[in-house]
Write a protein of this length. Structure first.
Length: 151
């Protein structure tokens, strides 16, 4: 007799890492060239229709990193778009007129010696967004962690 095995996250209380196992970094795109067009996309990471996107970015080397921009994809539209920045400091509706972009200062420390204040954390509402992609011109500058949750 076979045993049913879930293939999606369902409702999640704790954030689930988009790249797989906990502690795994995501791979950002170098530019938006792969987000063009109107057909179904396999770029970025599936959100499993979760409600919140959790993002943590840390300085990965000894240079001041450029900003990381976050894009969303909706199967109903078959289009990529910039996720808007949240207006509330702790999250809330993403209704600001600017795109979700995270800048982080050069910590001057190796990743192993960084303190929590050397990192930047953001929370975004992504209801209805099927995929997310992160664009950063030089992936060696930052470590990006991304996860999704329902609650």
């Amino acid at each position: 007799m076979s045993t049913f095995k879930n293939t999606s996250w369902g409702r999640t209380r704790g954030p689930k890492n988009l790249a797989g196992a906990n502690g795994t970094t995501i791979t950002p795109l170098a530019n938006t060239n792969n987000l063009r067009g109107t057909s179904a996309s396999t770029q970025g990471y599936a959100t499993e229709n979760q409600r919140y996107l959790h993002v943590l970015i840390e300085d990965a080397n000894d240079t001041a990193p450029a900003a990381t921009t976050i894009f969303g994809y909706c199967h109903a539209f078959q289009r990529w778009f910039e996720i808007p920045q949240s207006q509330a400091a702790g999250g809330g509706a993403n209704t600001a007129l600017t795109a979700a972009s995270i800048s982080i200062a050069d910590s001057g420390r190796t990743t192993a010696l960084q303190v929590p204040s050397d990192r930047e954390y953001r929370l975004y509402e992504i209801i209805g967004i099927d995929r997310v992609a992160f664009v950063h011109e030089d992936s060696s500058e930052v470590n990006i962690f991304a996860a999704c949750s329902t609650f």
